[in-house]
Design a protein around this ligand. Structure first.
Ligand SMILES: [Zn+2]
Length: 437
């Protein structure tokens, strides 16, 4: 285990009262939670984490978290989706609490930081408040959302989406994994089918600290970033039906080559990005398969996925429309080609509350950071909270170009402490806000 002094130690002093945190304690908690569900990655030899939602490993992780919450004096409740809340009372318990957290479930090939930093970071804030004997005006509530990753039951941000009312509880409980296990049954099996009503009374604000999962902060030399929102995501599967033919005997003009059409799509989406007509569009063809997949046969079928991302909803809609029109023109090149599209996912851009953004940026600047404002390319529980409460996010720099969902995922102890120090001081300000703020 690597340890280091809290990043707060290097921050120049000013007259503003500040909350420092214990970076070593935060790191120790992150490393201890990461031992639950740990496995050795066969390819790299690295230790990864597999703590998928509602598995025995998830249950063990949850029990450790609940123990730590209780040791920190929090009042622990579990809602009907298994989401865990830990409440630290404020001096005015009648005021709406400030909510802070993330998730501790993981993908099958995870590192120690995705989600866990936000939950254990919020816990570290509570521990630091306790160390200094600080009672905040508003209650502070830590949350660990259920099934954020969506890898087991197929829907991501599930716990927060039900809490916010976007997905019905009954629908969520009826989801099944690939082996047919029902979400509601698995929740009961691990003993986290709580009784707290799932629909969340809107808190005063929601803050989430998370690793960036991208290279922007690292390349820009920033330890922390202020997230302006979550960009729109569009996934579709495109299937191209052509005609199988012999590679040597079939004249080119008689072919209906599904592989050629797939390649045209790959080039087209890149041209769309390069055209600049769609703002900050990102386009990726991440999966492409041709059938029958033989060297000497013209493919009769090709399947590919198109992942579009855009922080601007109108420009995203324009990109989707123009791509759809392009797909319709493909048979002009190869008469007889058939194009079938299937929607896999679609989310709208979610801008975060400007006041919370400014408050977090102000706190970060005050702590000596030059915070970078950036959009999130990935989905987070914060986007489910944004429609019901003023919401913000702090990003923490990742190493190795921000690789995540991989055992190589790594943020330094210093950067983790820096992000959680920003979280702590932003929470301190938000919890002091009076009624009506
Ligand atoms: Zn996450």
């Amino acid at each position: 285990m690597t340890t280091s002094p809290a990043a707060a130690a290097s921050i120049p002093p000013t007259d503003t009262p500040r909350l420092t945190i214990d970076g070593d304690r935060l790191w120790a908690s992150l490393m201890e939670l990461a031992t639950i569900g740990a496995y050795r990655d066969a390819e790299t030899g690295l230790i990864g984490v597999d703590r998928q939602s509602l598995t025995d490993a998830d249950a063990a992780g949850r029990r450790l978290l609940v123990r730590w919450m209780r040791e920190a004096g929090l009042e622990v409740t579990v809602d009907e989706m298994g989401t865990i809340f830990g409440r630290r009372e404020g001096s005015d318990p009648t005021l709406a609490p400030v909510l802070a957290g993330s998730h501790i479930d993981s993908v099958g090939t995870a590192g120690a930081f995705d989600g866990c930093l936000g939950v254990l970071g919020a816990l570290e804030v509570v521990r630091s408040l306790d160390d200094r004997g600080i009672t905040t005006r508003r209650p502070l509530v830590i949350v660990a959302w259920t099934e954020e990753e969506g890898v087991r039951f197929g829907t991501d941000m599930l716990g927060s989406a039900v809490a916010a009312g976007r997905i019905a509880l009954a629908d969520a409980l009826d989801l099944t994994d690939v082996e047919g296990h029902r979400f509601g049954d698995e929740l009961a099996r691990i003993g986290f089918d709580g009784s707290r009503p799932v629909r969340l009374t809107p808190p005063h604000a929601y803050l989430e600290c998370h690793i960036e999962q991208g290279p922007v902060l690292l390349r820009g030399g920033h330890a922390v970033g202020i997230v302006t929102g979550v960009q729109a995501i569009s996934w579709q599967k495109v299937t191209l039906h052509g005609r199988a033919a012999h590679a040597g005997t079939t004249p080119t003009e008689l072919r209906i080559d599904a592989g050629l059409a797939a390649a045209q799509i790959v080039v087209k989406v890149r041209e769309m990005v390069d055209s600049g007509r769609y703002g900050r569009l990102r386009a990726t063809v991440g999966r492409i398969n041709t059938f029958p997949g033989l060297p000497s046969v013209v493919p009769d079928r090709a399947e590919l996925t198109v992942d579009l991302r855009n922080p601007d909803g109108d420009r995203m809609a324009a990109a989707e429309k123009d791509l759809a029109e392009f797909l319709e023109t493909l048979p002009q090149w190869q008469p007889g080609l058939r194009v079938v599209t299937e929607r896999m996912a679609k989310t709208h851009p979610v801008p975060f509350d400007p006041r919370i953004r400014d408050l977090v940026a102000d706190v970060a600047t005050d702590l000596g950071h030059e915070p970078l404002a950036l959009m999130s390319g990935a989905g987070h529980d914060a986007q489910e909270m944004a429609p019901i409460t003023p919401t913000g996010m702090v990003f923490v720099r990742g190493q190795y170009d921000g690789i995540s969902h991989n055992p190589r995922e790594y943020s330094t102890p210093e950067d983790c402490a820096a992000g959680i120090t920003v979280l702590a001081n932003a929470l301190l300000r938000l919890t002091e806000e009076p009624s009506g703020a």
